[in-house]
Design a protein around this ligand. Sequence first.
Ligand code: ADP
Length: 267
Amino acid sequence: MNAHVNLQEGAEAPFYLPQGDECEVFAAAHANRLPALLKGPTGCGKTRFVTHMAARLGRPLYTVACHDDLSAADLIGRYLLKGGETVWVDGPLTRAVREGAICYLDEVVEARKDVTVVLHPLTDDRRILPIDRTGEELAAAPGFMLVASYNPGYQNILKTLKPSTRQRFVGLEFDFPTPANEIPVVARESGLSEEQVKPLVRLAGKLRALKGQDLEEGVSTRLVVYAATLIAQGMPVERAILAAMIEPLSDDEDVKRGLLDLVTAIY
Ligand code: ADP
């Protein structure tokens, strides 16, 4: 099961540099018992944002990385055989509903269709989770919040959220941080100086501009942090860039050579 729990209560919130008023909107949604949908490319800070907000709001966080085999039972729970007995074991969504936690479904469009059906009664004012297997109908505890993320960039019509589902969420759009924000974020995450981070962020901007032409997706902030981390550990700059900012973007030798030319132009 791809779920882990971070018990955040009392913990210091992990570093998150806001891009706009997303912290205020998220806090208002939580206070008003509204679910939130975070839209944006991979590696732009959505998960860090949720972790940060869960800590700030003092709620436990259950994160589920959705994949194409993830079913409603994985979220809700199932009967398992334990020592010759059949016992019910709550899934992460059920635990979050009972405890008044935040449940974060990362890349929710990847999950199987039956998952969205489960989310509907939880995302309107009923805030209930029917558990067919046990006959229970759980009312969400105060503090419970459903948060889902998805990447609208993938050009796959089959994997987009249906209006009937997406119109149940408050939406927040994320994008890669502006250079003025990305430089301090990468410096802080990697330990590299802001001066050394600047050219990496400039390169990231150039790589992102190629999205839709040679590249399916622009380089993520996560990858810029990786490159900076390798450089901070002593790896030569070009080697670190190749490993962290070019190889993950393309398998095409010509494209990779073209990207390396961009590096030469910047350094
Ligand atoms: P996503 O969930 O959108 O795929 P993540 O939240 O995992 O992306 O972000 C990847 C990394 O980028 C984080 O681990 C963090 O180091 C960094 N990051 C991106 N944006 C921010 C931000 N605004 N504040 C702090 N760190 C950020």
